[in-house]
Design a protein around this ligand. Structure first.
Ligand code: NAD
Length: 241
């Protein structure tokens, strides 16, 4: 299955992964879209926009707290672990849309969180930012400055952190291989990263049981789950090196 790409993988100096909610699905974390996606049960515009937050901060906070607890109770799966293990063989950069921290927990050392992190908070007004250290007594929690705190995640319609995004483009522009895992490629601008890689003639591989809007543009589209596909990739590297 991986035969055609072995040569390119063998000579690659940098592999960039672009990951989305699907890579954490086998850790028990629901995706947004696709089968069993969260958006089939909730309306994102009521929960993941700044307008929704100001309309009902308590509701949005309770939803995030529920998700945060589920994420903290879950563990990275063989897909995350395979990406971390790949660092033994080549330079690896992970550009993730996920907010769950599983790549770092699995041992990846070069992770850019494009959409922030569910374990961090920030003030809606001042520049206070921190990790969440304990349970909140009341929702919405308040900053020392008196204003409302919010999860440090990027909501629909918000800009990505500029420094993180420009570093992500630099990596996408300069990789030999980009492996796109578990993302519907429906969310902009993260969904433009494969285009930057293509401009550098990188090999594009997609791992997703379902087709996406870019499946036809891939050099290889593996329609299997990431916990199945990614450990194979590491075994190829073990054999090649
Ligand atoms: P998405 O929900 O739009 O798409 C998920 C994709 O993963 C689908 O294409 C689906 O076919 C695929 N998929 C499902 N199970 C898979 C598996 N086992 N292996 C491989 N692929 C699988 O996700 P997205 O593109 O990341 O959407 C972007 C937004 O979702 C981001 O803003 C992100 O913050 C948010 N999100 C993150 C988490 C998380 O941190 N774990 C969870 C839900 C949503």
């Amino acid at each position: 299955m991986f035969g055609a790409i072995e040569e390119k993988l063998k000579n690659s100096e940098k592999i960039v992964f672009v990951t989305g909610a699907g890579i954490s699905q086998e850790s028990g974390i629901p995706t947004f879209r696709g089968k069993e996606g969260l958006w089939r049960k909730y309306d994102p515009m009521k929960l993941a926009t700044i307008d929704a937050f100001y309309d009902d901060p308590k509701l949005v906070w309770e939803w995030y707290e529920d998700r945060r607890r589920n994420m903290l109770a879950a563990e990275p799966n063989p897909g995350h672990k395979a990406i971390a293990e790949l660092e033994e063989y080549t330079k690896v950069v992970v550009l993730t849309q996920n907010i769950d921290g599983f790549h770092q927990k699995a041992g990846s050392t070069n992770v850019l969180e494009l959409h922030g992190s569910i374990i961090r908070i920030k003030c809606t007004v001042c520049d206070f930012k921190d990790e969440i250290h304990s349970r909140f007594e009341k929702f919405p929690p308040r900053c020392k400055c008196g204003e409302i705190l919010r999860p440090d995640v990027v909501w629909f319609g918000e800009a990505l952190p500029q420094d993180v995004w420009s570093e992500a483009i630099t990596h996408a522009n300069s990789c030999d291989v980009m492996i796109i895992v578990g993302t519907s490629l429906a969310v902009s601008p993260a969904n433009t990263l494969p285009i930057y890689a293509k401009q550098n003639n990188a090999l594009l591989i997609e791992v997703n049981p379902e087709s996406t809007i870019m499946s036809a543009d891939m050099d290889l589209s593996l329609k299997i789950t990431s916990a199945n596909a990614l450990p194979h990739l590491v075994s190829i590297f073990k054999r090649l090196t």
